[in-house]
Write a protein that binds this ligand. Sequence first.
Ligand SMILES: [Mg+2]
Ligand SMILES: [Zn+2]
Length: 223
Amino acid sequence: MSTIFLDRDGVINENRADYVKNWHEFHFLKGSREAIGKLTHAGHRIIVCTNQAGVARGHVSIETVEEIHRRMIAGVAEFGGVIEKVYYCPHGKDENCACRKPRPGMLLQAHDELGIDLSDALFIGDSMTDIRAGIAAGVDSMLVLTGLGIEQFREHFNEVEGTFRISRSLKHATEYILQELHKDSQRMLESSCFSLLEVSNYLDSLPSLHEQVATSTKAVKVW
Ligand SMILES: [Mg+2]
Ligand SMILES: [Zn+2]
């Protein structure tokens, strides 16, 4: 069964501009625990890959990051979800590590350590750096519009080389992923890959994105 890689902040929990520094600042996004539960139930392996530069900046300790992850895993488990592993990059921007997204290090590590087939995986994130990491690792990638997603799409859309998918949220994405499990729904999946004009319409509640998408030559698949 295929693997779903998830970014953490802005996908599973609310993004915080000043970093999630303790468990009290960790707030699950509506429906994210249920979504992970459904993905697990359908047989998907779930792996989280998250940049945590707050460690390098001294805002949060490794111990606290790991405690947050233990509690996140437990919170998801209440809904039947299994997060198999959380990879995090504790480094700062200037450290030039291989793991900080947009580099694909964490995805490649999952391949090496857990035997993940990257050609049978989807990476869901709310940042264009997630999309770039996914594309660099050869993983099908999807931007969700929760967290930083809308702002990221608006400001960094053109930095991405390649095709990616868009969905409103992890909850919304999960509905389509689960439909894909049924053979008959493949056609539905294909028909959900829209043209750029249709992307504009899809996003027409976000007028500032409209022009940018309409004038771009990039292919975007919308789920
Ligand atoms: Mg994020
Ligand atoms: Zn790193």
